[in-house]
Each structure stands twice: as structure tokens, then as C-alpha cells.
Design a protein. Structure first.
Length: 489
């Protein structure tokens, strides 16, 4: 007799012993588990036609004679799958069956492990893509560098930015935002905190760090990072997943990116007046002198105009655009465009040797500083919104939207601002200035994913508490009514 694929239910696997032995054994297809022999015998009394294989724990003394009077038990094995007892005609069949079960369990475990890895990769594919983009830039720097084979200063640095904001314009659900327009207090808090408070505080932090040996270009890159507007997609997704006010996040993502076109360059140029950053101003060449009007014109053409055109098309053919958006995955296309932009920036950095001027210590410190900045500003604004002050405290859902919109910074707008400031005049400089923002963007995605889980559980617990309170109040009302009825004659 041999085991075929259709014979997988030929035997019934039974575990005899404590649970620890089962874990060590690693077999998952046990139909029943018993802690003593008497319980096992009671089980098989009603199963005269069954074929049972018993795996016995080392904690139970084995006595072969105990199984002789139970013909349903075909074989008994210990935890190491050594046969202790078997009906002579069933030994070969039972042994093959157990080996098949082990292989199936191992295969299932391997598939489960691969499935988990793929699931994590799908969930954090942008971070995986970010690492891949940087690796490709390191291996093939001449392909995507400024002035390289594909002329990335035009095809990528303008093309990808325009594509990102055009797709954002096509995706904006304007009509669903009408109810959020009147939440003036929420919008003002987010925009002031994101575009004024954070830039100013980070600016003073960089002044403090300038007294150290840290690279000054990276410090100014931190200022640019802090001065950019909120993201236009990831903060909305995280707010939604955390059960926060999705439409408030979406409206402020739009508002922040429009205001950022005018405020971000103004803040950056204001901070640049500090003599510490004189070497960034290009003041030695009047033709290359930084001009606010030129920066606004550049951002209007690459950010505001594509966003506006995309929104007009969405309003005219909303239903068709919705179908196309789902079919072609606009969100993923935008992320791919961002990754291409990052790849191009790093190609230029590696080709010009920009990173050779930065020590490993500076990179580690920059990574830690970006992490602290995001954690501090996201936590601080969340605490501010929950202060129990009359007429001030925001709802739980609004607080989540405020937190994600206030502390997150957009990669697309940041690199656009850097390109608008310097264009192709200083390739090495643009790469270094982009580095703090790229690191910050990656870290805010990682930390944001953890925050989503914590905030989602917080909202669910709040809902449970409110439900319990409501249920208690209803019971009290019913009790009062019964008391009143009993008192009345």
C-alpha cells in the first residue's frame, strides 16, 4: 500500500501529551489532542473503522501493550518520529504518510514566510523602490545625471514633477471637500504650523548645529525640507487608515501645496540672508542671482498649472477619470515618477562626487535629526490639539488629520523648489540639498505606518467607550422608568 495525493485523509493524526511537545514536533495537522491515555481510549471507542496514528510526547511513559487492544491505532511515534509501535501491515504506509505530512507542513511554512515577505514588500514598496533607485544611480550614474544620456534636467526634473501634480489634479475629489471648507480654525492651524512654525524652529536648530562640524549644505537642506509644504497623497492615506478626518487632510494637502508655491521660496530666501549661507546665494554672478519672481514662475509652470489643468479635466469628465484612475493606478504612477526624480538626483550626485564631501558621521547624524524632527513636531501638534481647553480641543478624527498634515513634507515640491532655486547651475549642490528631504520622506513613511496602527486602536477604543457609556445611560433611563412605574398607584 502506498500514499497517493488523494490519500491525504487516510489516517487521523492524534497528539498524546502536553502542548510543548507538539510545538517541538512542528506538525500542524492534528485532529485531536489528548493529555492522557484514558482520554484517548474513550475517543476511539466510537470510531471502530478509523485508522489512527498517535504521536506521543516524551512526558508520557510508553507502554506498547496499552495499544494492542486498540486495532484502530495503526502506529505510535515519539516526538522525533521514531516508530514505537505499529501494526505490521501498516508500518510502511504510516511511515510514508508521516513523511508526506512533514514535507507539506514545511512547504506551507515556507510559502507562508514568502507570502509575508511579499506582503511587506507590497505595503512598503515605495521604500524598497527608493533603495533600488539609489543603487541604480550608484551603478549607472551617467544615465540619469544632468546633461547625461536622457537629458534628465528636462525629461525627469520637469517631466516627472509635472506628471506628479497633473495626476494629483486628476485625482482630487473637489466636490467631496465642500463640507470641510468651513473648518477655518483647523486649516489655519495646519498651514501656520507646517509653513511657518516648523521652518522657523528648524532654522534655529540649524543655527545651533552650525557651531558643530556638520556639513553646512546639509544644514541648509534641512531648512529647505522644513520649509516645504505637506505631502499631497501619503498624509491623506495615513489619515484615512488611522480612521481620521480624510477630507480635512485632503483639503489641507491641496491648500498647503498651493500656498507652498509662494511661501516656501519666500521662507527659504529669507533664511538664506544669514551670512552663514552666503556661499549658496550665487551673489558673485548677477545672471545666476536667486530671484523670487523666477522661482515662483518656475513653480507655477511645473506645479500649479498641471494641478489646475488636471482638476479642470476631472470636473469635466469626473466619472471617466475615476475609472481611468483605478485602472491605471494614478497613486502608484505618481510614486514611480517621484522615484525616477530621486534616481536622477542621485545620479547627478554620484557622477559629480558630491557625497565624497560628506562623512558617514554626518549622514548618521542627519538621519537621527530628521527622525527626531518628525517625531517631535507630529507629537507636539497632536498634544496641542487635544488640550482640554474650552472651544479649543479638536475632535479625535480632526486631531489625526492635523498631525499627519502638519508634520509631513512633500518630496515632489521640495525637489521642485531646489530645481527652481538653482536649476542646472550647481549640480553637486542640488543633490546635497535634496538629501535631508529624501531621508525625511522615507522616515515619515516608516514612522507614519506605526502611528497609523496606534491611532487606529485609539479611535476604536474611544468608539467602544462611547458605546458602553451610551449603553449604560440607556440602562439607567430604563431603570428610572421602571422605578417611576412602580411608584405610581
Amino acid at each position: 500500500m502506498s500514499i497517493e495525493k488523494n490519500d491525504e485523509d487516510l489516517f487521523t493524526l492524534v497528539w498524546l501529551g502536553d502542548s510543548c511537545g507538539e510545538i517541538q514536533f512542528g506538525m500542524k495537522k492534528f485532529i485531536n489532542k489528548f493529555t492522557n491515555l484514558n482520554a484517548l481510549k474513550e475517543y476511539i471507542i466510537d470510531k471502530p473503522n478509523s485508522s489512527i496514528i498517535v504521536i506521543i510526547s516524551d512526558s508520557i511513559p510508553f507502554d506498547g501493550t496499552s495499544f494492542v487492544d486498540s486495532p484502530q491505532i495503526c502506529a505510535v511515534y515519539n516526538e522525533k518520529l521514531v516508530c514505537l509501535y505499529s501494526l505490521s501491515e501498516m508500518f510502511s504506509t504510516a511511515d510514508k504518510y508521516l513523511k508526506n505530512q512533514q514535507e507539506e507542513t514545511k512547504k506551507t511554512s515556507d510559502q507562508s514566510c514568502i507570502s509575508k515577505i511579499l506582503s511587506i514588500a507590497r505595503k512598503y514598496w515605495f521604500l524598497v523602490g527608493l533603495a533600488f533607485s539609489i543603487c541604480m544611480a550608484y551603478i549607472f550614474p551617467n544615465l540619469g545625471k544632468t546633461g547625461g544620456y536622457i537629458r534628465s534636467e528636462w525629461t525627469v526634473k520637469y517631466g516627472c514633477v509635472i506628471l506628479v501634480f497633473f495626476l494629483s489634479g486628476l485625482s482630487l475629489r473637489t466636490r467631496q471637500l465642500a463640507k470641510e471648507i468651513l473648518h477655518i480654525r483647523l486649516h489655519i492651524l495646519i498651514q501656520i504650523y507646517s509653513l511657518i512654525v516648523i521652518p522657523v524652529l528648524v532654522y534655529y536648530l540649524t543655527l545651533f548645529l552650525s557651531n558643530t562640524s556638520m556639513n553646512k549644505t546639509l544644514l541648509f537642506g534641512m531648512i529647505i525640507m522644513a520649509s516645504t509644504s505637506t505631502t499631497i497623497s501619503s498624509n491623506v492615506i495615513m489619515t484615512k487608515n488611522a480612521l481620521g478626518n480624510e477630507y480635512a487632510a485632503l483639503l489641507n494637502a491641496i491648500l498647503g501645496n498651493i500656498l507652498g508655491i509662494f511661501l516656501s521660496p519666500a521662507m527659504i530666501l529669507f533664511f538664506m540672508k544669514n551670512s552663514m549661507f552666503d556661499y549658496l546665494s550665487n551673489t558673485n554672478n548677477e545672471k545666476q542671482k536667486l530671484d523670487y519672481g523666477h522661482v515662483i514662475k518656475n513653480l507655477t509652470l511645473t506645479v500649479l498649472l498641471p494641478l489646475f489643468i488636471g482638476q479642470i479635466i476631472h470636473l469635466l469628465w469626473a466619472k471617466k477619470i475615476m475609472d481611468i484612475r483605478e485602472k491605471f493606478h494614478f497613486s502608484e504612477l505618481s510614486s514611480l515618477a517621484l522615484l525616477t526624480l530621486v534616481w536622477s538626483v542621485f545620479c547627478t550626485c554620484f557622477s559629480t562626487g558630491s557625497f565624497k564631501t560628506i562623512g558617514t558621521q554626518d549622514l548618521i547624524i542627519l538621519m537621527l535629526i530628521d527622525l527626531v524632527i518628525y517625531l517631535f513636531f507630529s507629537s507636539f501638534i497632536f498634544i496641542i490639539t487635544r488640550l482640554p481647553i474650552p472651544y479649543w480641543q479638536f475632535s479625535e478624527k480632526d486631531s489625526i488629520a492635523i498631525m499627519f498634515c502638519s508634520a509631513s513634507k512633500t518630496l515632489a515640491m521640495g525637489i521642485s523648489v531646489i530645481n527652481a532655486l538653482y536649476g542646472n547651475t550647481n549640480q553637486a549642490l542640488t543633490g546635497l540639498l535634496s538629501l535631508p528631504l529624501i531621508m525625511y520622506h522615507a522616515e515619515q513613511l516608516i514612522i507614519g505606518a506605526i502611528q497609523v496602527v496606534l491611532l487606529k486602536n485609539w479611535i476604536k477604543n474611544k468608539l467602544k467607550d462611547n458605546t458602553n457609556i451610551q449603553s449604560t445611560n440607556e440602562n439607567e433611563v430604563k431603570t428610572d422608568e421602571l422605578q417611576i412605574i412602580n411608584v405610581e398607584p
